[in-house]
Design a protein around this ligand. Structure first.
Ligand code: UT7
Length: 357
């Protein structure tokens, strides 16, 4: 049976406990940087950093549980997802995918579960797919999680170009069938990619293009590399264009947007996209200052933070935009959800499932 809309009905987050300021990061890593430069050029003042025992799956599981509890609170009854979609570029292992273990740890054995890799655009991609699966009637309640541990996996701790930007964390939403005008309803989406620019954001070695041990590769080729200036320009252009498509397909003008939540990469990028679209600064929401760039987790973390602070009313016209490596980007319009976000600390586990704490 086709349903008229997919609706966000639960919001959850999980963050590592340790918050590291710009000054502390520079000191600990002995970076050739400056705390004022970081704040002024990026808008980032601090980030949460996972310890070496905390995996992406640990954060994803805690955020997923938080979203389920948030949805249960709103519905007045327990809810059980029928699909788990995990957007991440930093899975627990190259193989297998992390999502099945997250589903298992959520008590969802038997439910289909898969990882989706679209870097910082992962959450907009996953949400768009969840919308399609629900409105087509294939699935009724997908759990969508964006979770990352860039700091312990991909980032060269001594590379000032990237180490200052990224933080760790996870955000999750539960999606269900509903009607297009209710709070949380997903409306229009627009996704895109440009693989000709794959080299602008890349971990050069360690995959099948340059397998581990390939002569001529160096240890630093296994770390994340980004051409910041070029990525900046593409991010502004692609997110603006994508948002325009999504707004047009919704029948909204930029003036109609009550809340704009962009991927949290750089405040100057967020403001450039907002300015180009003509969305007032008072409508732009996020938590970049406290969390930095958490890649696929940044939009659900910003969405939950906005809801927690009651900055936007349930049902308000909302626009989200994402952009990242691939290049990949996307935008989605929705009605702001009414679920109260829940948040849990990550519970770290060995692979055999034994709880460490
Ligand atoms: O999430 C995926 C998408 N990622 C993004 O969207 C990130 C996009 N890029 C950016 O956010 C920005 O390009 C950066 C924050 C990465 C860099 O900012 P920028 O304003 O583009 O800096 P720049 O590379 O143009 O460098 C400007 C100046 C240079 O000094 P001079 O040549 O003007 O004297 C750099 O040496 O800033 C200097 N600089 C730094 N100084 C202190 C560059 N990086 C740093 C640093 N600390 N970390």
């Amino acid at each position: 049976m086709r349903t008229p809309a997919a609706v966000l009905c639960g919001l959850g987050t999980s963050l590592p406990e340790r918050s590291v300021s710009n000054a502390r990061l520079i000191e600990e890593r002995d970076l050739d940087s400056d705390e004022r430069w970081i704040l002024e050029r990026t808008g980032i003042a601090a980030r949460r950093l996972a310890d070496s025992r905390t995996s992406t799956g640990d954060l994803a599981r805690a955020a997923g549980q938080a979203a389920l509890d948030s949805a249960a609170e709103l519905a007045g009854a327990p809810v059980r997802p029928d699909l788990v979609l995990l957007a991440t570029t930093t899975p627990d292992h190259h193989c297998p995918a992390t999502a099945p273990q997250v589903a298992h740890r959520l008590g969802l054995d038997g439910v289909p579960a898969l990882d989706l890799s679209a870097a910082c655009a992962g959450f907009v991609y996953a949400t768009a797919f969840a919308q399609g699966l629900v409105t087509s009637g294939l699935y009724e309640r997908p759990l969508v999680v964006g979770a990352e541990t860039y700091s312990t996996t991909l980032i060269d701790p001594r590379d000032r170009d990237t180490a200052i930007l990224f933080g760790d964390g996870a955000g999750a939403v539960l999606v269900r069938a509903g009607t297009p005008d209710e709070p949380g309803a997903l409306i229009a989406q627009h996704l895109g990619s440009d693989g000709s620019r794959a080299g602008l954001i890349q971990v050069p070695a360690g995959g099948s293009r340059l397998p581990r041990g390939t002569p001529g590769t160096e240890p630093r080729d296994h770390y994340f590399r980004m051409n910041g200036r070029a990525v900046y320009a593409h991010a502004v252009r692609r997110m603006t264009d994508s948002a325009r498509h999504a707004l047009k397909n919704t029948g909204w003008s930029p003036d109609d947007v009550d809340a704009f939540i962009s991927h949290q990469a750089n405040q100057r990028i967020i403001d450039a996209v907002g300015d180009r679209l003509g969305i007032a600064p008072s409508c732009r929401h996020g938590n970049l200052r406290q969390l930095g760039n958490t890649a696929a987790a940044s939009i659900p973390l910003a969405l939950a933070d906005t809801a927690l602070r009651r900055r936007v009313d349930p049902g308000a016209r909302t626009l989200i935009t994402g952009f990242g490596g691939g290049l990949a980007w996307g935008a989605q319009t929705l009605r702001f959800p009414e679920a109260r976000p829940h948040s849990y600390p990550p519970h770290t586990h060995h692979d055999n499932g034994e709880a460490l704490r």
